[in-house]
Design a protein around this ligand. Sequence first.
Ligand SMILES: [Zn+2]
Length: 453
Amino acid sequence: MSTTDAPADRPAAGRPPAGSAERCPGCRSALAVNERFPTWCPSCEWNLLPPEPAPTNRTPRQQRAAERAERREEAARRDVRERSEQVFNLVSAGGSDLRDGSTTAAFALAGVVHLVSLTVLLLGLGLVTGLLLPGWPGRLLGVIALAVAFQLRPRLGRPSRDGVLDRTAAPALYALVDRISEELGAPKVDSIAVDGEWNASFAVLGLRRHRQLTVGLPLWTALAPQQRVAVLAHEIGRCVNGDRRRSLWNGSALGALVEWYRMTVPSPTRTQRGLIGVLVVLAELVANRVLWVLNRAVHGLTLLMNRLWMRAGQAAEYRADLLAVRLTSVADTRGALTALLHRQTFETVLNRQRTVPPRRTGSGRDATPDLWQSLAEAVRTVPPLETERRLRAAARLAEAVDSTHPPTDLRLRMLTAAEPEQHRHPVVLDSGRAALIEAELAARRERIAVDLL
Ligand SMILES: [Zn+2]
């Protein structure tokens, strides 16, 4: 399939006016036009972010509110960007002490979260047993407090069972991952899950601290073999570089905060008739007001926690990238990081495939080869100019997975800034082993394609 006549990855808004199609309206530089992507100017960044069509039916008041929200977002982005650059400078200068003041503060804050949960639990136990308040009202309150304590319990996460490949089903994939763990001095993973995300992740879950690696098959498909090694090395590398943000103590506190937040979201007030209806509505208004205050407080705590973890988290990400370089090369790690920018292309391919009527074969729908081939082809043919646009757009939007991940452009800069040492025995995924792994993934490929389309 030809890709040049494919629909644009993003509707080509903001084209230069007709007749000047090859000159930038901002600085008059020559522009390269590719039908598949927005035209933009790398010299003055004209149309770096093609304008979104603004909703036309806004009242002046809604318009002003939207503008205020936009300004607030912009300020928040600038703030994140500035702090990210500080961390970058610190890490590239080699002085990223993960045990700084904010890490200690985050540790203490996690302690406060656990203390609140413990207090509610003890209160519940004291009431239920009649120690604090004899009689049935006390016991009733105790039951409620215990129910709340149950909801507030630290969340340790649970390993996913969906899409898990066990060792016997995927020996070549596990062998590769084990080899990477060994080179990095990390313990072996307990399970590998394969899903339909444009991502890869690693988590330590549950009381038994189950180590689960999750590989997004779409991203995996778009990567060259050594880039795959780089992605795996980054994920596994995160647990050998002292990233204590994910430890039992801190991770479970963050998990609890997320649960508190969910519990305190005020529910919309329903209209009711009659005197009782009015009383119910009034009670709900009061309850919602209280919930709102609690919810804002939890929100603030979560932000504070994330902010305290930011430096340690971002420094850990940079270190994981440098570990990936150690097992592969700067070019492979760079390629893997750049691929993360192409989620948009993945979504375009998905949308295009969804509109194509499925070809019927004897066994029914057979969309699998088409989806994966189109995806690899579409990502392979994103021109460097468009990659550059996405990189700069991400930098301008301070786009990162969250503030604990540094922005991609800074991660790419770090690969050269820190002059990482190259490993003498890099982990090589040769074509023979790559093919074995592909065969192990074949069943998941079919399943995920059906789920995605
Ligand atoms: Zn220009």
